[in-house]
Design a protein around this ligand. Structure first.
Ligand code: MTE
Length: 339
């Protein structure tokens, strides 16, 4: 453990594996709907299961979603999973730039506006580029893929992401053969991201948030740059306007609101590894056989549709179930040491 990690207090929300049954945001939405209907007083006097049944009836997750992005459906990587409702995908978030509680990002990103934005791709490439906000939706054809997202805290969702593969972007700039890693950096702007200037809100992370992949991981067809979900542009809390999605790795690898991508020849630093190197490695592949030092990774709480039955505990799959596409990448690597 280095000197820095000794001084850091691990944010409260990561001190325990996820235990909530119903996220606070979902609970609040239901209460709002009930209070509009004048049902709050009645419902709070009812037993829990009956209350949950009433909540279920009024779940706004049943409201149809109108898609605006011009995206084509790619079912190649879809499993049999049931999608997590939009209301939950957008209110149960980890985005420490907006605060460490699950509901902080949706509350604190209400006025977020990603336009204007610049995304630079530089380093060991043939043709460095700077993309503007509109380019993100125009330069590459958008497709939609359903991916499981497994957070290291042991909760998971299934999300239809809209975007393009990172390989498409990297091929566009041309990768120099000296490039061994890809380094990602979230935009640094404390005026937009209050957690970057307020240590308590930002959970002790040294900002900007950074992440990295090997070049082989980056070029894997699963590795995705998302600009939308459920057919609409990303909201601030989900990493607008552009984020990474690496479905076989723990969610913290899927860095949000990216401003810089650099192709480099040395393994780049990553935020959670810097904060607690004994707990979070560079690879962070989903692996039910390697427990987090403070909790088991054998199972996860899947956040799905419905009130009473909206969460269930299911076994965690190796590589989050994406082994057929990625297991080869780690054939000669000891995943117990390289966690
Ligand atoms: N990216 C940045 N910049 N800051 C963050 O705090 N949190 C990560 C990841 N990307 C995070 C981030 C974690 S821990 C998870 S689980 C996912 O985002 C959550 O993505 P979601 O909120 O869209 O579900």
């Amino acid at each position: 453990m280095n000197k820095k990690s000794k001084q850091v207090v691990i944010p409260q929300s990561w001190n325990e594996a996820d235990k909530q049954l119903t996220s606070e945001a979902v609970f609040k939405q239901r209460r709002n709907i009930l209070s509009l209907l004048g049902l709050t007083a009645v419902s709070t006097s009812l037993p829990g299961a009956v209350q949950a049944g009433i909540f279920d009836l009024f779940d706004d997750e049943k409201v149809p979603v109108v898609a605006n992005l011009n995206t084509s459906i790619n079912t190649q990587f879809n499993g049999k999973d049931v999608l997590t409702p939009l209301a939950k995908v957008t209110t149960h978030n980890n985005f420490y730039e907006f605060g460490t509680a699950k509901t902080d990002p949706s509350e604190n990103a209400k006025n977020f506006n990603g336009d204007p934005w610049t995304l630079t791709v530089s380093g060991l490439v043939d043709k460095p580029i700077t993309l503007g906000y509109d380019d993100l939706y125009k330069i590459f054809a958008l497709e939609q893929r359903n991916y499981r997202l497994r957070c290291v805290e042991a909760w998971s969702m299934v999300i239809p992401w809209d975007g393009f593969s990172l390989a498409t972007l990297l091929s566009y700039v041309g990768v120099n053969n000296k490039a061994k890693y890809v380094a990602f950096e979230t935009r640094y702007d404390p005026e937009i991201f209050p957690g970057q200037k307020n240590k308590l809100l930002g959970g002790g992370i040294h900002y900007p948030y950074v992440e990295g992949l090997t070049i082989e991981e980056a070029m894997n067809p699963l590795t995705f740059m998302a600009v939308g979900l459920y057919g609409n542009k990303l909201l601030g809390q989900n990493g607008a306007p552009i984020r990474l999605v690496v479905p076989w790795k723990y969610g913290f690898k899927s860095i949000k609101s990216i401003a810089h991508i650099r192709l480099v020849d040395k393994q780049p630093p990553t935020s959670w590894n810097q904060l607690a190197p004994h707990e979070y490695g560079f690879y962070a592949n989903v692996n039910p056989q390697v427990d987090h030092p403070r909790w088991s990774q054998a199972s996860e709480r899947r956040i799905g549709p419905g009130g009473l039955f909206s969460t269930k505990r299911i076994p965690t799959q190796m590589f989050n179930g994406y082994g057929e596409w990625v297991a080869d990448l780690y054939q000669n690597i000891d995943l117990t040491r390289n966690f």
